[in-house]
Design a protein around this ligand. Sequence first.
Ligand code: 2P0
Length: 351
Amino acid sequence: MTVYQATASAPVNIACIKYWGKRDTKLILPTNSSLSVTLDQDHLRSTTTSRADPSFQKDRLWLNGEEEEIKDGGRLATCIKEMKALRRELEDKDSSLPKISGYPVHICSRNNFPTAAGLASSASGFAALVASLAALYQLPTDASRLSLIARQGSGSACRSLFGGFVAWQMGEKPDGSDSYAVQVAPREHWPDIHALICVVSDDKKGTSSTSGMQRTVETSTLLQHRIKHVVPERMRAISEAILARDFDTFARITMQDSNQFHAVALDTDPPIFYMNDVSRAIIALIVEYNRVAVANGGKLKAAYTYDAGPNAVIYAPKENIKEIVELIVKYFPQADSFKDPFGLFSGKGVT
Ligand code: 2P0
């Protein structure tokens, strides 16, 4: 008997230009383009196995060992349905292919990091889901094409189908066919940039991104300014900085965009707070670190960014990472863990 099964994994991505707001909540079409770096080591990944079998009663999914309901018309159901439709197209063209698109699937997914702690678990999760179904169905692996489907699982997931520096182009069409991810540059283009994740808290966050961003769309006037007058120019300038390996500009824009994302969260009614006092103290530390570097005639040495949670992600050239870790450990000796996705340091409870 043939077993139809495939496993794929996808990493977390961390945005430098933040996605926050939808113009279409069903198709998951954003109010602005965004740009992220896909982390490329083993610490922050989702790994997903999909299996199609005619003896299964229905599609089922387990996340970290717990079964999740696949609601009709929901995001999981949409992604599975779209992937089955792509397989059916292939089967219709080539009658020698086994007709597995009609079989129910069982899907098992695991994250090797805390779920919903502002570490983009839905991004890696839906990207791994789509990648594993693409492997199961032996679909042509055009990552932009697959990103159209991952986007309908979770917006930020479309960016995790590529490595390196990735833009999600918001598109214009009402059907979403031009709202997909493209690679700005592969990881190898700028291997000197490293990311340090400071886990301030791994509690589940208070306001989910999905509901928080829609409240922002409905109530924030600052968001309207951001999407019209700020993001388009930042997308252009940061893409250029990446292509030129210009860390100073990359860092400046990344920090500005993190600040503005948290400002629009605060401008939401009722206001949303994702950062806490430790998050803000880490910002102060990086600001001071950069101030001293610039005062001594140098350039920016690090950039902080925060997503929908209190955890800091610090981007820096490799040569500065050791110094930054020493500073963090010195000023935050009680920090219970940090993750270094590039393997320069490792372990929990580093003090
Ligand atoms: C980002 N975030 O660009 C931004 C920055 C959080 C802050 O993408 O509703 O979990 O599933 O499309 O993708 C979080 O949004 O939201 C997010 P849905 P998602 O990474």
